[in-house]
Design a protein around this ligand. Sequence first.
Ligand code: IPD
Length: 258
Amino acid sequence: MTVMTDAVMKASRSLKRDFGEVENLQVSRKGPGDFVSAADRKAEKILREALEKARPGYGFVMEESGIVVGTDQSHRWHIDPLDGTTNFLHGLPQFAISVGLERDGQVVAGVIYDPAKDELFIAEKGKGAYLNNRRIRVAARNELVDAVVACGLPHIGKGDHGLFLREAASVMGNVGGMRRLGAAALDLAYVACGRMDAYWERGLHSWDVAAGILMIREAGGYISDADGGSDPLNKGSVACGNEIMHRELLKLLKKAKG
Ligand code: IPD
């Protein structure tokens, strides 16, 4: 945990310097609606160097540099150096660094840091989840009508827009409120600490969700892929909440799929 938080805090100093400096960040498009900048690349380099130095041989799955197979086949880091790039590049202070450690197919440690709010979420398998050193738990609300549900939107060139609209209509008609905040790692962390009651999104990658999956579980929550499958790390979608919210959300998503 110390190795991970040290690396994350170091990278966050670089992101803080770059926030608001968009004209100097060599922004480019990886695809329609999918941006990358010097801020993402610098933060990823810092994370990779720090983690490699502390744990030589571990593999990497990184948003910007891809996969690096390590000599240690049982450990790999899943790194999103800047989750919420679009927010960041628009000056919206809702973005995070997310680092998850996978050991033999299971996420065993996760760190999500929001530099703009100085909020550090950490989780270690079997040891609970914490926000700035205070234990966190998923919300206890169990009526959909009281629930605030976060989601992610597909955008130009990405995802099944029709399916999303059907799912959103199905959820919207049954819950107290819906939100789209724009950084998947923070959406997961917010469910873990009870700010949101549930969250679903399709079209994600392991670097977006690795740390958050553990955060939810260690906070007493339930998480699956958006179709109820048990491998959200590799399936590219998530649905989560407390036990009841998770189950009810899955029912609404299933209804939308038909
Ligand atoms: C994105 C954010 C966003 C989600 C997208 C992700 P990135 O991550 O998490 O909330 O809707 O699907 O790709 O690209 O900013 O690291």
